[in-house]
Design a protein around this ligand. Sequence first.
Ligand code: ADP
Ligand code: MG
Length: 367
Amino acid sequence: MTQIELRGIEKFFGAVQVIHNLNLAIADNEFIVLLGQSGCGKTTTLRAIAGLETIDKGDILIDGKAVQHLKAADRDIAMVFQSFSLYPHMNVFENIAFPLRATRMGSGEVDKAVREVARVLRISDLLEKKPSALSGGDMQRVAIGRALVRRPKAMLMDEPIGALDAKLREEMRAEIKRLHVKQGSTTIYVTHDQIEAMSLADRIVIMHEGFIQQVGTPDDVYSRPANLFVAQFVGSPVMNIVEAGVAGEANAARVSIGEAPGGFEFPRELLSKLNGHSSGGLTLGIRPEGVLVRREAAPGYMPVEAQIIEPLGSFDIVDLKVGSKMLRARTKAGYVSGPGEKVHARIDPEQAHFFDTASGKSLGVRL
Ligand SMILES: Nc1ncnc2c1ncn2[C@@H]1O[C@H](COP(=O)(O)OP(=O)(O)O)[C@@H](O)[C@H]1O
Ligand SMILES: [Mg+2]
């Protein structure tokens, strides 16, 4: 049972504030991912929870008890870093056993604990090897084993697989997930990689310049981004973001972008849901899969011209010129034959997002 709560955390380095009023409640057994660009404050937040960094304001509670004044050693939290930092002269067994040697645990018990962790991490056959004989993935397994062996209250992981190559990263990602399901411990995992975040997290905390932007399940942050930052940070290829105008018609609403004549047809209820944001200051967000493309004309579809086509294997990303603006659409591979082809496009209203341009905040419109 480990709950962690951060209340009103503020952190300065000199005169520079790097964490602003950070509030977050993490449930027992939850897998939380802190996601954001380099420099947004992820590592600082993690180190503060572990007790490796002081905070200037706020409370850090573990199971309801304030711990911000406790030393790292007294918080019973394990941390895994990107750099493995194994002891080169010790074999794998001794590396994993190391945190237990400082305790009063008997050697029989240490042996049992190390072998159990090695079994879970599937490195039992490596126990006699020195770190120099291991692959990058196995080194990181050993580092995770060393963190797990004390059965800490919580696991903190700072870009633990960031240094591995792409294939191994994918493998380790699945393994970390499996381990979490099996061991069940409260975990806070830091990454700048949104795919890693989406695949691992129960909830993702998206950070930008020391502020939390949104906290939610992978589906929440993908399907209901709270603001333009989240909308563009999560999802690949990136969501199209364009200034839009809206006009009402007898049975429809029309959303125009880039001074293109006509505009895209939307259900009329869009007008009431926009609640006064009908003209000026409105931004439309639509992911490439929400831009529907056909070769033939059809009701609700607008004629557009294809420009650059990016083949991505199982699908293409096609740039469509809409007036002075560009919309990227996702199509079946080869569906649009080449640049200059005239096709027809529609925006799927159910996948459209509307934001207030000035504040960047989502208007929460769902159609
Ligand atoms: N020890 C330090 N002294 C001064 N500035 C620091 C220190 N550690 C981090 N920073 C600054 O704090 C900000 C947040 O850093 P960090 O938490 O490492 O971000 P992230 O892990 O998201 O990349 C950055 O601007 C970084 O330069
Ligand atoms: Mg960092």
